[in-house]
Design a binder for this molecule. Structure first.
Ligand SMILES: Cc1ncc(C[n+]2csc(CCOP(=O)(O)OP(=O)(O)O)c2C)c(N)n1
Ligand SMILES: [Mg+2]
Length: 311
């Protein structure tokens, strides 16, 4: 499957999974969909029928609250039946709301932010010591980079010359309740990783060619880990969710929120992909009423977000 098709399916599954379960983090799922899609479509080495295959590359979604994106990718790649996705976040399901290693293909449970890179660095060191050639990829949130443990892992990875380790930062400038800049500013994030001795690449995190190139071209410093700072938009792909902190916790509710999200996605569906839930789109979508201006219902109005004038 092409990465663009997989990215679209991750977004569509994500809308359905959060809608049906009433679970949050759809903005985080949409933000990271392209990074996850390129990894699974073009970069990672894996065998769905043998999830524990020794030579597999390891991937850790350190921002584990975007679990739906990884579950959707794994199901689309054949690790478990796609129908199981609809059990997301329900009692008895192994598809926990934060990434769980009970799920075939998941290496490491996450959700408490700040641990994925440390775990990945340990795996990368093991590979080097054992002479194995698998690679380790982690995705972190920008808010997650406020965690001190991230920088301890960064220092560790450089010290042990973990050239088999890559950290991608989903740099969407939003956390759960506010902008990253208002919460604890990262200042120049690329310079920080560079100061820790890493190779650093900065890309558009929704441009698949750029993501592929960043992950596959040889590193400038061959014996150092790689940080890919991916500029992203939280909520990417559903216009009214984009750049809006509301959609960190809110899920697409029955009515215009769900209908408009599905309809917008349907219009951007790539060739060769079937919409698994609404194969013909929604014939008569509920449209937002006069009270539905979400920008008035939360605090990301003018002067609050970095992409708007400063307050
Ligand atoms: C150690 C820890 N502290 C706080 C939280 C609560 N929390 C969940 S998501 C989130 C914001 C994460 O923002 P970011 O890393 O930028 O991810 P995004 O959703 O924007 O991709 C926070 C603070 C957590 N899961 N773990
Ligand atoms: Mg963020």
């Amino acid at each position: 499957m092409k990465s663009e098709q997989l990215a679209w399916l991750i977004r569509r599954h994500g809308i359905e999974m959060t809608h049906r379960s009433g679970a949050g983090h759809i903005g985080s799922v949409l933000s990271v969909a392209d990074l996850v899609a390129v990894l699974y479509a073009d970069v990672l080495r894996f065998r769905p029928d043998d999830p524990a295959w020794e030579k597999r590359d390891r991937f850790i979604l350190s921002k584990g609250h975007a679990a739906a994106a990884v579950y959707a990718a794994l199901a689309e790649c054949g690790f478990f039946p796609k129908a199981e996705l609809l059990s997301f976040y329900s009692n008895g399901s192994r598809l926990l709301g934060h990434v769980s290693h009970e799920v075939p293909g998941v290496e490491f449970s996450t959700g408490a932010l700040g641990y994925g890179l440390s775990a990945g660095a340990g795996m990368a060191l093991t590979a080097m010591q054992d002479g194995k050639d698998f690679r380790v990829f982690t995705i972190l949130g920008d808010g997650e980079c406020n965690e001190g443990s991230v920088w301890e892992a960064a220092m560790f990875a450089k010290h042990f010359r973990l050239s088999n380790l890559t950290a991608l930062v989903d740099y969407n400038h939003l956390q759960s309740l506010d902008t990253s800049e208002n919460t604890m500013a990262l200042e120049d994030l690329g310079e920080k990783w560079a100061a820790f001795g890493w190779n650093v690449r900065r890309i558009d995190g929704h441009d698949h060619d750029a993501i592929r190139a960043a992950l596959t071209t040889p590193r400038e410093k061959a014996d150092c880990p790689l940080a890919v700072i991916a500029d992203t938009v939280k909520g990417k792909g559903v216009s009214f969710m984009e750049n809006d902190v509301l959609w960190h916790y809110r899920y697409p509710h029955e009515g215009w929120e769900y209908d408009c999200a599905v309809t917008e996605l349907y219009r951007s569906k790539p060739e060769g992909v079937e919409d698994p839930y609404t194969p013909d789109g929604i014939a008569d979508p509920v449209l937002p009423g006069p009270d539905a201006d979400l920008s008035k219902r939360h605090n990301l109005s003018e002067g609050y977000h970095p992409r708007f004038p400063k307050r």
